[in-house]
Design a protein around this ligand. Structure first.
Ligand code: NAD
Length: 295
């Protein structure tokens, strides 16, 4: 039976450590790290995410600066705001909550953020730094996955790692990080053939697909370490709750069965999810360090 990797506890310890880092940083440089969070429009899920990020930012002693633009704000208005934040010395991290309304071109917005303040790590400059092996600000979800993997395995050197999914926010940067940690990396996606066979050879499986219970226990090599990034909303299990329209969150891995084969596995919820915001805060402190030491 696998060890259940407790992302909630890990993230809570990490946030405590970040709070200490922020204290030290304040003492040494007389500066409070500041994270600017920009939300365009009223998407209910985005509003919840943004509020959570803001709460956790202040909880570790950093400044949280909130910017809300109307759903029909123009692309130029958003670019102007980013330009202001790029030049604001109180802002060390800039996060533009995605998805943006359809009339705004997301790549144009992401490329407008100063790469040294790009705490989401989505700017091409940061993607490029990661790809050539000189990572600076790394996308938060894969950064969190790496922490959990290193916590479980110690060195990842020489391990066969399979990443399922190739999105720019999870799969691709995840593959780059595993490569940087000296794994032999395979990236699978919707056109991949023989996925089950590839999975059977993997010491590490990272699932970032977005399909509930996609990865089956029978695909796993006994003793594999499984990181489940998926967040999928499905009808509640309980019949009465289901009838009432209640839902629950499950991952991309058939957790109950997979836990009988794997040596360690992340649950959903309570695995990778809580790591993402902690890594965002970590990136903000990192950005503040870089920006203030350069000046
Ligand atoms: P995405 O939709 O951008 O990418 C999904 C990837 O899965 C694609 O590269 C696609 O090629 C691949 N794929 C689809 N069907 C496949 C199949 N049959 N076989 C193999 N590969 C297949 O999704 P994403 O943004 O990378 O997110 C993936 C999942 O992770 C989602 O459930 C999302 O909600 C979740 N997520 C969680 C966090 C977190 O904080 N824990 C952060 C981001 C995303």
């Amino acid at each position: 039976e696998a060890i259940i990797i407790d992302g909630k506890e890990f993230s809570s310890n990490l946030r405590n450590k970040i709070a200490e880092d922020v204290k030290t940083f304040k003492k040494e440089r007389n500066v409070v790290p500041g994270l600017a969070v920009v939300l365009v429009g009223e998407d209910p899920a985005s509003r919840i995410y943004v509020r959570k990020k803001e709460e956790m930012t202040t909880a570790v002693g950093m400044n949280s600066l909130s910017y809300r633009l109307d759903a029909n704000a123009s692309q130029q208005e958003l670019l102007d705001l980013i330009e202001t934040l790029n030049h604001d010395p109180a802002v060390h991290g800039i996060l533009v909550q995605l998805p943006l309304p359809k009339h705004i071109d997301t790549p144009t917005i992401l490329e407008a953020i100063d790469p040294d303040k790009d705490v989401d790590g989505f700017h091409v400059v940061n993607a490029g730094r990661l790809a050539i092996g000189t990572p600076s600000l790394v996308p938060c979800t894969p950064a969190g996955c790496m922490m959990l993997l290193e916590h479980s395995l110690g060195s990842l050197k020489g391990k066969n790692a399979l990443v399922i999914g190739r999105s720019t926010i999870v799969g691709r940067p995840m593959a780059q990080l595993l490569l940087a940690a000296d794994c032999t990396v395979t990236v699978a996606h919707r056109h991949t053939k023989n996925l089950e066979e590839l999975c059977r050879q993997a010491d590490i499986v990272v699932a970032a697909v977005g399909i509930p219970h996609f990865v089956k226990a029978s695909w796993l090599k006994p003793g594999a370490v499984v990181i489940d990034v998926g967040i999928n909303r499905v009808p509640a299990e309980d019949e009465a709750a289901k009838a009432a329209g209640k839902t629950r969150i499950v991952g991309d891995v058939d957790f109950v069965e997979a836990a009988k084969v794997a040596s360690a596995i992340t649950p959903v919820p309570g695995g990778v999810g809580p790591m993402t915001i902690a890594c965002l805060l970590n990136n903000t402190v990192q950005a503040a360090r870089n920006l203030t030491s350069a000046s």
